[in-house]
Ligand binder design. Sequence first.
Ligand code: ADP
Ligand code: MG
Length: 144
Amino acid sequence: MYVVISESEQDTVKLGEKVAKQLKKGDVVALSGDLGTGKTAFVKGLAQGFGIDEYITSPTFTLVQSYKGPGFNLHHFDVYRISDEEELFEIGFEEYLYEGDICVIEWADLIQNLIPPRSVWINFERLEDGENKRRITVKGLGTK
Ligand SMILES: Nc1ncnc2c1ncn2[C@@H]1O[C@H](COP(=O)(O)OP(=O)(O)O)[C@@H](O)[C@H]1O
Ligand SMILES: [Mg+2]
């Protein structure tokens, strides 16, 4: 486990790029933390780290947005608005997890029991001492 203090959106994007270098096909990255703490900014960094230059936004209404990466797809989920897990089964959530692609899930804590145990968990928290400060805690990366 390690903790990073991010002082800006750019810092958070950079962390995403760094984490991208440590991921491999089949990995699942579960993101937790309140609205506006930088989860989507982090996913922008992940995408940049994979050389994906598409514009990344939270797929809040569509639940998932997929991007073509180098030798795999990056599936970006945001489950903030789901009212029950059935909606995820309908879009084939579990198949996405086991296709050998990379999945990143915003608000993963809302569906904890559907997240594989092997996943990397990253928590985002706002810090009191500065509008742009975030504490980002990374668990399960490089320890598998
Ligand atoms: N250290 C930081 N890391 C990430 N975003 C930050 C940071 N400081 C300020 N921000 C701002 O907070 C917002 C984070 O938005 P976003 O990444 O969409 O959050 P989330 O996906 O967690 O709701 C952006 O407007 C960004 O500019
Ligand atoms: Mg978001």
